[in-house]
Write a protein that binds this ligand. Structure first.
Ligand code: F6P
Length: 358
């Protein structure tokens, strides 16, 4: 039995914990393991490396992925140079299936977010025996209560908020902090509550900037001359649209960015307060995974190998507390797990005075 392991999409703390557990468990089952480099691109070009217990030694605490990754190489719409120097998208998925067979693989563990798992589902439907492991710091994959990486990202953002509080207070400023979260505000909500934010803006609750300004001025009147505003990158005003820095191009999705400046300049305009912006960006994707993410990553990696042993292809591991279970990949993809706005977490935050801009 020979299995492959790949990581696709944006990197995320805990990926190495998953790889380590998947490899060690597979080796324990007596299987050969091939590491596929840089996501599905590794199957396009047959870039692989043999893996064993020694190759995953000492990586548990490391951020990133030792296998490399990409979020710009979907084999079903692969960016290729056409005549005239224009980049177009081509379907080269058959090459991947052929290479998979040539490599003598009997199973594949695909570790990735919604995009990578959607690609995996299409390959499963083309006959590839694979299983999935959900990965995202955004925590927006449906079917699993939490994905590994989220806890680390939240802790990084919370740590930044702790540090920004003192400088905001010393200078009597409003600091607007942009955190990741394309369509789901999980990182903003959790880090904002834990980091004592005064305002949290998320994609699930389109905001009215006058409500944000009102919160800042109410604090001012109460003698709190500073405020902390946490904004998810995908947040947008009521009746408006998200802010992008780059349009979609062949092989790449459009890139979000700029909401932080937009919110900060509007606050200055409406309140006269001095503002500063901090975009946490990819800091949230790096660093050593937290204890929680190391444990969840280990459970997911070992669980994925067990799915292969059972022949439960087309399924992915999912945290359904207290257990790691499995669900069909197709049940999880294409539907974002957004923050339920009627949930007690939002209700509690509102009750302690946090403004959501509505
Ligand atoms: O989906 C995870 C994520 O971190 C998003 O929150 C963010 O918009 C995106 O990845 C950024 O990806 P890139 O690595 O292409 O900048």
């Amino acid at each position: 039995m020979r299995v492959g392991v790949l990581t696709g999409g944006g990197d995320c703390p805990g990926l190495n914990a998953v790889i380590r557990a998947a490899v060690k468990t597979s080796v324990g089952f007596g299987w050969e393991v091939l590491g596929i480099e840089e996501g599905f691109d590794g199957l396009v070009h047959s870039h692989t490396r043999p893996m064993n217990a020694a190759s995953v030694s000492g990586i548990l605490h490391l951020g990133g992925t030792i296998l490399g990754t990409t979020n710009a190489a979907n084999p079903f719409s692969y960016p290729s140079l056409a005549q005239g120097g224009k980049t177009i998208e081509r379907d080269i998925s058959d090459t991947v299936v052929t290479n998979f067979r040539k490599l003598g693989l009997d199973g594949l563990i695909v570790i990735g977010g919604d995009g990578t798992l959607s690609i995996a589902e299409r390959f499963y439907e083309k006959g590839m025996p694979l299983v999935g492991v959900p990965k995202t710091i955004d925590n927006d994959i449906d079917g699993t209560v939490i994905s590994f990486g989220f806890d680390t990202a939240v802790n990084t953002a919370r740590d930044a908020l702790d540090k920004l509080h003192t400088t905001a207070e010393s200078h009597r400023r409003v600091i607007v902090v942009e955190v990741m979260g394309r369509q789901a505000g999980w990182v903003a909500v959790h880090s904002g509550i834990a980091g004592g934010a005064d305002v949290i803006l998320i994609p699930e609750i389109p905001y009215d900037i006058s409500k944000v300004a009102h919160t800042v001025m109410t604090r001012e009147r109460l003698g709190k001359h500073f405020s902390i505003v946490v904004v998810a990158e995908g947040a947008f005003p009521a009746g408006g649209v998200p802010t992008y820095t780059e349009a979609k191009r062949a092989g790449r999705e459009q890139r979000l960015g700029g909401i932080c400046e937009r919110v900060a300049s509007a606050i200055t305009e409406l309140t006269g307060k001095e503002t500063r912006v901090v975009v946490l960006g990819h800091l949230q994707r790096g660093g050593p995974p937290t204890t929680f993410d190391r444990v969840l990553g280990t459970r997911f990696g070992a669980g994925a190998a067990r799915l292969i042993r059972k022949g439960a292809f087309g399924r992915m591991v999912a945290l359904v507390p207290p257990d790691v279970k499995s669900i069909p990949i197709r049940a999880a993809i294409g539907r974002m797990k957004t923050v339920p706005v009627d949930n007690d977490i939002i209700e509690s935050a509102r009750e302690i005075g946090i403004c959501f801009g509505d």
